[in-house]
Design a protein around this ligand. Sequence first.
Ligand code: ADP
Ligand code: MG
Length: 336
Amino acid sequence: QDVVNKIAAAEIIHRPSNAIKELLENSLDAGSTSIKVTAKDGGLKSMMITDNGHGIRKEDLPLLCQRFATSKLRAFSDLQSLNTYGFRGEALASISFVSRVSVITKTAQEPTGWKAHYSQGKLVAPNRVGSADPRPSAANQGTIITAEDLFYDVPLRRKSFKSGADEYNRIIDVVTRYAVHNPHVAWVCKKHGTNQPEVSTASGSNCLSNIGLLYGSALSRELLAFGPAEDKKFGIVKVHGYASGAGHNGKKGILLLFINNRLVESNKFRKAIEALYTAFLPKGSYPFVYLSLEIEPHRVDVNVHPTKSEVHFLDEDAVVELVMNEISKALANANA
Ligand code: ADP
Ligand code: MG
């Protein structure tokens, strides 16, 4: 059974940045306004996520890394939506099957914090000595989750990573994207043991200034806002974002796509944006688009695995066309 779980877990968590994405979504779920990511050897040696969210109650700690045993799953309807980030209760379980997980957490209600260690979905004693029960620990409100020695038990996967540098770049990329979409949060992403973060944003910032900070101020100055728009017929609650204009000369295309606040991939959107811009951008020059789409949760394909980022939804072609119209309008206005 454990072997099966381990294989399943390694399917979900392909590389350090997959784990980081899940962990920071949990921190956002917990209402954090400060999220700090620290990585050692690109997350392969260790990754630590520190947040100031609502914390985890002591009584929830024993089942924290058990599959499908999360608090949110008590409300079954959540299973059918991408509205909350977490909706399957598999992330922490999977991470605990491919690394050594420890948690320090404190809620506002409890006088002290708690520390717990996990392996293969279960609470374990630190260094396998003594009781597995959570122990009291000094802590600020919020949660610190550490995952060490990623894939220590999955040697083939472990060996497939040549260097931590490339993995760290992927981590920076994920944090950067979430920082653009969640500018109210103060974000930090840094290598373990250094004091010079690669990502550092202030809380209460806004989307455009975070784009300027993280992708360059020249880009942020030329971006065009589109939306907000809605369309009841296709269940579009809100679409908005920023797109580069005709003068932009990007060396590669950058698409930040959030559907119901979750970072996703969509071939349909990617292709439609490509088509829209090849019409007027010179060859070898690519757009930047940040696009946030909120659609009624029941329209999002529930069969898509939570950690598979390619997403599908009802009336896909119509929705994509509608969004492209919004971007086109912004481009046309800029030229008028
Ligand atoms: P899901 O997010 O799908 O519920 P996860 O395995 O990602 O499943 O997380 C399990 C549960 O652990 C969450 O539902 C949440 O209750 C709790 N949790 C995880 N991380 C945090 C955190 N940083 N702050 C507060 N609670 C957390
Ligand atoms: Mg989650």
